[in-house]
Design a protein around this ligand. Structure first.
Ligand code: SF4
Length: 115
């Protein structure tokens, strides 16, 4: 199986061709090793960093922006969003505070402070 992708690691945007045979990926078109890794990962086990917001329970109409500290499997994004939507946290919150220990295998951290 072959897939054509655009590498999104840097602004150069190399056009990648990824060939999958027997579960392993061969990448061409990449100008550097990061593109080969990106193409192989995207075709064998794609992941994404999830960014969202969480309601702050002890403030009126306040949300805190959050992200997963590490990428999670792409096919778990809907499950992660359900977990994040159900979450309530209390201020004060500092950047980098862990607001949930396990969102589909990743910690959820604050990306802005709430006093
Ligand atoms: S392959 Fe390397 S040079 Fe090309 S877009 Fe990806 S990171 Fe940039």
């Amino acid at each position: 199986m072959k897939r054509n992708l655009t590498c999104i690691i840097c602004p150069r945007g190399c056009s990648l061709e990824v060939t999958i045979e027997n579960g392993s990926a061969t990448v061409t078109g990449n100008a550097c090793p990061k593109g080969a890794q990106y193409g192989a990962d995207e075709c064998t086990h794609p992941t994404r960093t999830v960014t969202s917001t969480v309601r702050v329970a002890n403030r009126t109409d306040v949300m805190v922006s959050v992200k997963t500290a590490t990428p999670i499997p792409k096919d778990k994004m809907a499950q992660a969003m359900r977990q994040i939507r159900a979450l309530r946290v209390d201020a004060p919150i500092a950047i980098g505070d862990v607001l949930a220990e396990d969102v589909c295998g990743a910690k959820l951290v604050a990306t802005c402070p709430i006093q």
